[in-house]
Design a protein around this ligand. Structure first.
Ligand code: GH3
Ligand code: MG
Ligand code: MG
Length: 353
C-alpha cells in the first residue's frame, strides 16, 4: 500500500517488556491550549511513531499509551480530544479499555477510533458495540488515517463547542433564576413588612381590612359566624410612667405573644392601636369567642416579666360576633367589640364582656 507508514512485520503481537522509549509520555507541548490532543493507544511503538509521522504538523498534540491501563491513567490527568485505539494489547486490551472508558460520563463525548486489521470483522463490530465511533484498517493507509482523524476531531470540536455553549446558557439561566429569586424574596419581605406591626410582629390595621372583608363574605355565604375580640391592656399609661417606655414596649411584645399562643392558626392578631389589639376568629360563635377571650385574660394575669417587678398586668376584652343570619359590616362588628370593651373597662377592668 502506497501510504503505509508502517506495515506490521509479522502477524503476531509483540508484548512487554518495553524499554524506556515505549513508556507513555507527553509530547513536548509548544502548542496552545486549543490544539487537539490525540491519545495513541497501541502496544507497538512503531505504530505510534508511524501515526505521529503521518499527522506530523503543529495541529496536533500526542499522548502515548502501550496498554488500556496506561491510557486510562493518561485520561485521568489530561484533556483528550480523540482516542486512537489498538484492540489487541497485552494486559488490558482495547475491548476492556472501551468498557471502562464508555462507563465514565466525563469521557463519553471523546470519539474513539479503533485500529484493527481489515479482516477482523467480528472485532470491529464488537468494538463499535462497546462504544467505538469509527475504525481504521491495519496496515494503516496514510490518507485514510489523516482524513478520518480530521473528521473525528471536527466532530469532537463541535461537541465541545456545544457543551461550552450549553454550560454558558446554564450559567446564564442560573444567574437569572437567582436574580428572580432575590427579587421575589425582597417583594415577599416588603409585603410581609407592609402587613405587620414593626414592634410586635402581629398584623397591622391595613392587613386586617384586607383580610376581614373577604372573610365576612365567606361567613355570609357559608352561614358561619366570626368572632371579634378587642383587647386592651389595663392602666398601661401608669405602667409606662412607672417603668419607662422601653418596659412598656417589652410588655406589648409579650402581650401579643400571649394572645397569639391562645388562638388557632386560622385566627389573626392585629395591633389596632397603642396598647389595643384585635383578634378575629373565623368560624367561631359568641360563646366560643368569649371562651377564647377568657383564656387570653387569664394567661395575661399569669404573665411573668422581671422588669415589671411583680406589678400585676391585666387586660379587658370586648367580644362581638358576626352573625350570618343578621349580616353587618366590618366597621359595625368592630364598633360592637369596642362598645363591649368600654363596658368591661367601666365594670372594673380585668374582665370579658
Ligand atoms: P385603660 O385601662 O383605660 O386602657 O388605661 P390605659 O392607661 O391603658 O389607657 P390610655 O389610653 O390612657 O393609655 C394608653 C397608653 O399607651 C398611652 C400611650 O403612651 C401608651 N402607648 C401607646 N403606644 C405605645 C407604645 O408603642 N409603646 C409604649 N411603651 N407605650 C405606648
Ligand atoms: Mg389601656
Ligand atoms: Mg387604650
Amino acid at each position: 500500500m502506497e501510504h503505509q507508514p508502517h506495515a506490521r512485520a509479522s502477524g503476531t503481537k509483540r508484548s512487554a517488556p518495553r524499554d524506556s522509549e515505549t513508556e507513555h509520555r507527553d509530547a513536548i507541548d509548544t502548542r496552545n491550549a486549543t490544539t487537539p490532543t490525540i491519545l495513541l493507544v497501541d502496544d507497538e511503538q512503531a505504530y505510534r511513531n508511524a501515526v505521529k509521522r503521518v499527522l506530523a504538523d503543529d495541529q496536533h498534540r500526542f499522548l502515548e499509551a502501550a496498554s488500556g491501563e496506561e491510557a486510562l491513567a493518561l485520561l485521568e490527568s489530561n484533556t483528550v480530544s480523540l482516542v486512537l485505539l489498538d484492540l489487541v494489547m497485552p494486559c488490558m486490551d482495547g475491548f476492556a479499555f472501551l468498557e471502562i472508558f464508555r462507563n465514565n460520563g466525563n469521557w463519553r463525548p471523546i470519539p474513539v477510533c479503533v485500529m484493527t486489521a481489515w479482516s477482523d470483522g467480528a472485532k470491529r463490530r464488537r468494538a463499535i458495540e462497546l462504544g467505538a465511533d469509527d475504525f481504521i484498517g491495519k496496515p494503516v493507509d496514510n490518507i485514510e488515517l489523516e482524513t478520518r482523524i480530521k473528521s473525528l476531531l471536527r466532530m469532537s470540536r463541535y461537541q465541545s463547542e456545544l457543551r461550552d455553549m450549553n454550560a454558558q446558557l446554564e450559567a446564564k439561566v442560573r444567574e437569572r433564576t437567582q436574580h428572580l429569586q432575590a427579587s421575589l424574596d425582597e417583594l415577599k419581605q416588603a409585603w410581609e413588612e407592609s402587613t405587620r406591626d414593626a414592634l410586635t410582629g402581629v398584623f397591622n390595621r391595613r392587613f386586617m381590612w384586607e383580610w376581614l372583608l373577604p372573610q365576612l363574605k365567606h361567613a355570609k355565604r357559608h352561614k358561619v359566624p366570626l368572632s371579634c375580640l378587642m383587647i386592651d391592656i389595663d392602666r398601661f399609661k401608669d405602667l409606662n410612667d412607672a417603668y419607662g417606655h422601653h418596659v412598656g414596649d417589652e410588655v406589648l411584645k409579650h402581650f401579643s405573644d400571649i394572645i397569639a399562643k391562645n388562638l388557632r392558626e386560622s385566627d389573626i392578631v392585629v395591633r389596632y392601636g397603642g396598647e389595643e389589639f384585635v383578634t378575629l376568629l373565623p368560624n367561631c360563635n359568641l360563646e366560643n369567642g368569649r371562651l377564647a377571650a377568657e383564656r387570653i385574660r387569664q394567661a395575661v394575669t399569669k404573665m411573668q416579666l422581671s422588669s415589671l417587678k411583680g406589678t400585676p398586668l391585666t387586660c379587658s376584652i370586648g367580644v362581638a360576633v358576626y352573625d350570618p343570619a343578621e349580616p353587618t359590616t366590618g366597621e359595625e362588628l368592630l364598633k360592637q367589640a369596642d362598645k363591649a370593651l368600654y363596658k368591661a373597662k367601666n365594670a372594673g377592668r380585668n374582665r370579658v364582656v
